[in-house]
Structure formats: C-alpha cells, structure tokens
Write a protein of this length. Structure first.
Length: 255
C-alpha cells in the first residue's frame, strides 16, 4: 500500500521578476512525474544536482504545491487547505542537509521539543516524546547541551530526534548526510535503517550519492530532468542499470 504518491506531478518555479523581458520561460523542474512509495519501505530518490529531487521533497508536505497533478499523503490528497497541510506535516517529518539551519533553540532538548509543542501536545506527553526521541538517536546524555557545542553528526541526530518526536509516518531526509564525513555518514545511515526497522516509519532518502543507499535502501527511484527514469530494487539497478543517469551515478561512485 502506497503511503506517499506523486501522480502526474508537474512543478515550475515562478519566473525571476528581474529577468529580461525576452528571457525564456522557466522550464518545469518536475514534469508529469509518477512515483509511489510503499508504507514501511526504505526508498532512495537518486539524481544529479538540479534533477528535481529537493523540489519533490518540498512537495511532500506542502512547502510547495504542483501546478498540475496530485500529491497524496497517507491516502489524503495534499491541497493548500490549512488543515490538510497541517495534517500532512504531522505525518511527514523532514531532515535537511544543514542541521544548523534547523536549530531553533539554545538547548538540545528544547530544540527537539519545538515541533511537538507546536502540535499542541500536552507537557507530560511532550516530555515523554522528547526523551524517547533523544534516546533513540543516542543523544539523551547531551540533552542539556547547546547545539552549538555539538559535532555535525550530533546535530544531525538532534534534527532526526526533532522529526521523530512528532510521531511521523514518513521521515524524509534531503541530502542529510552530504556534508558529513564517511564514518559519520555511515553511522547516520545505520541509525535511519534502525528507525525504519524498529518503528516501521517509511524512510525516504534524497541524495546524489549512490554509496549512501547501496547498503541500506530496499528500493531506489532515479530522477533526471524532472522525470522518473528508472526505479526498482537497489541490487537490481546497481547490477543492471538501464538508464544513462543510473550508469553515470553508479560508475562514478565505484572506486
């Protein structure tokens, strides 16, 4: 059963108001894209920079809305209605590339609590969720520290804890490991895999690095020029890539 669906989705960013009058019209970033992500799966969305991956992430919880087509989150079409967007954002937790841009408090546990408090969760339950999330990501001992004192990997763990505390059904990670060293990247990926297996949270990892998904993801969807060009089991695509972009990404990643 699909928990996140993109049905014939097209999205184009508005034209630059300062662009010359004879400038060409903006091209679609996503064009008639169709993609279904199954409940409980661990999926990578792979593509070169500029392929439309991050736009797809922003369409997943109402940061952006398509000009045509439909995004469906857990069976509900995503519209610009405030209640619909609110419910979608409760279900889709997001972790971005730069954890510093996600920090909203000077204390780790307060930062993790921020999203839960905004959902109107009562204090006792909020406390329980924050502690549980910090323990899950291995950051409970650092709960009273300032995020500024943490390493990049620790900050990303706090960002994951913040998303988990809202009890999402989907965790979407947009290039969440691309700024980390290989060892830290491996530890974050192991954490995401553990969360997926223990809690059944659907995991969507958006990346341009084949190495990020080779060992941990079950399926991969490859996007190029705003279109889905290939999808399937990671092992199948890694061993027998059919599209040029898949071959480029795989062979570039091999030592």
């Amino acid at each position: 059963m699909a928990i996140l669906e993109f049905n014939d989705v097209t999205f184009t960013y508005p034209a630059d108001p300062d662009a010359p009058k004879d400038a060409p019209a903006p091209r679609p970033v996503l064009s008639h894209l169709n993609l279904q992500i199954e409940k409980g799966s661990f999926v990578a969305v792979l593509g070169h920079n500029g392929s439309g991956k991050s736009t797809l992430a922003k369409l997943s919880n109402g940061i952006l809305f398509p000009q045509s087509g439909q995004v469906i989150v857990d069976g509900t079409p995503l519209t610009q209605d405030e209640d619909v967007v609110y419910n979608a954002r409760r279900k889709v937790g997001m972790v971005f590339q730069n954890p510093d841009n996600q920090i909203v408090s000077s204390i780790v546990e307060e930062d993790v609590a921020f999203g839960v408090e905004n959902l109107g969760v009562e204090p006792k339950e909020c406390r329980h969720r924050v502690d549980a999330a910090l323990k899950t990501v291995g950051m409970y001992a650092e709960r009273l520290k300032s995020p500024s004192k943490l390493s990049g990997g620790q900050k990303q763990r706090v960002a994951i804890a913040r998303a988990l505390a809202s009890n999402p059904k989907i965790l979407l990670c947009d290039e969440a490991t691309s700024a980390l060293d290989p060892q830290t990247t491996a530890s974050i990926l192991d954490l995401l895999k553990d969360i997926n297996q223990k809690f059944g949270i659907t995991m969507v990892v958006i990346t341009h690095q084949m190495s990020v998904i080779r060992e941990i993801c079950g399926h991969v969807a490859i996007i190029e020029n705003g279109q889905l060009v290939e999808q399937g089991r990671v092992a199948d695509i890694f061993n027998h890539p059919k599209s040029k972009v898949a071959r480029d990404l795989i062979f570039k990643d091999r030592p």
